[in-house]
Design a protein around this ligand. Structure first.
Ligand code: CP
Length: 334
């Protein structure tokens, strides 16, 4: 049984097929493909786009989506095998996965990392536990990667640029007042390299380079796809000649769980905001961000309101790609 936990588990051929289905579903959004089918959406963290697009997407295909927020409107969850459950959690994922698998055809989970110990969080063990105990396909709605966002980004780029091979993509770290999840940055790196782009990771200093498992996978992707991967700490060099600028803020992994310590580095890098002056260094680049985005913190009003900003298109495409993922996992083609 196939899950959608990370794009690394899917070949480029399979991802291209999902993108083709998404393009078809964009042309014909309302259909009966998922009539009688259902998905349980488990949110351990807030969402606007992911929740709306999954719920609406399932409804547009004739199915039902049930949103559960463990710890709020559903029992709190324990994910560790062998745990002595004398804390807050009332249910183990073993039972939750088994029960939801009897009710629903698909289960999706958003579970941000704990932000205490990266050596633990980098294992992505929460969603892996859900997939292990479930007897239906599981979809990642963001853990330490965000594969649905990856697909939406790539769908949008293909719509705008056609073939993305050897196009220069800059994944730039941006300023934000506190350290955030690396998931979208990891994912942007993975999908850009998988599709043969010349990807430059721009970050203020080596402490902000992403986890080696993603750097190594991205490097392997580049070798397989004919693209390239480089790291830069120079804003001018990275933006020069770029055709796509993708922005995200994330925390330095060496200070994971220590935000005050991380702040001592971070406070120097307000100038990493995406602004018009930086975009003028590019080769007429498109700009995007996964959203939500703090205006005039991560990117200026002028960038967000520009013709080259495709963040809203990318957000729309979340709907179409997730419909392709849901129907694809159930092998429903029409
Ligand atoms: N990009 C994204 O996943 O948005 P939400 O957090 O609003 O779902």
């Amino acid at each position: 049984m196939k899950h959608f936990l990370s794009s690394t588990d899917w070949s480029k051929v399979e991802l291209d097929a999902l993108l083709r289905t998404a393009a078809e579903l964009k042309k014909q959004p309302v259909n009966k493909m998922m009539q009688g089918r259902s998905i349980a959406l488990l949110f351990l963290n807030p969402s606007l786009r992911t929740r709306t697009s999954f719920e609406l997407g399932m409804q547009q295909m004739g199915g039902i989506a049930i949103v559960l927020q463990p710890g709020k409107d559903a029992w709190g969850l324990e994910f560790n095998p062998g745990a002595v459950m004398d804390g807050e959690a009332e249910e183990h994922v073993a039972e939750v996965a088994a029960v939801l698998s009897r009710y629903c055809d698909l289960i999706a989970l958003r579970a941000f990392p704990g932000f205490l110990d990266w050596q633990t969080d980098r294992e992505d063990s929460v969603i892996k536990a859900l997939a292990r105990y479930a007897s239906v396909p599981v979809i990642n709605m963001e853990t330490i990667v965000h594969p649905c966002q990856e697909l939406a980004m790539m769908m949008t780029l293909k719509e705008k640029l056609g073939d993305v091979g050897r196009r220069k993509m800059v994944l730039t770290w941006t300023w934000h007042p506190r350290p955030l999840n690396t998931a979208v940055a990891n994912s942007a790196l993975l999908i850009g390299t998988k599709f043969g782009m010349d990807v430059t990771l721009l970050c203020p200093e080596p402490a902000y380079v992403l986890d080696e498992q993603f750097m190594q996978q991205a490097s392997a992707n580049s070798k397989a796809s004919g693209g390239s991967l480089s790291v830069s700490h120079s804003i001018e060099d990275a933006y020069a000649g770029a055709e796509f600028v993708y922005a995200k803020s994330w925390g330095a992994l060496s200070c994971y769980g220590a935000p005050d310590q991380e702040w001592e580095m971070r406070k120097h890098y307000r100038h990493f905001i995406v602004d018009e002056a930086k975009m003028k260094l590019t080769d007429g680049a498109l700009f995007s961000h996964c959203l939500p985005l703090r205006r005039n913190i991560k990117a200026t009003d002028a960038v967000m309101d520009s013709d080259y900003c495709i963040a809203i298109d990318e957000a729309e495409n979340r709907l179409h790609v997730q419909k392709a993922v849901m129907s694809g996992l159930l092998e429903i083609n029409s």
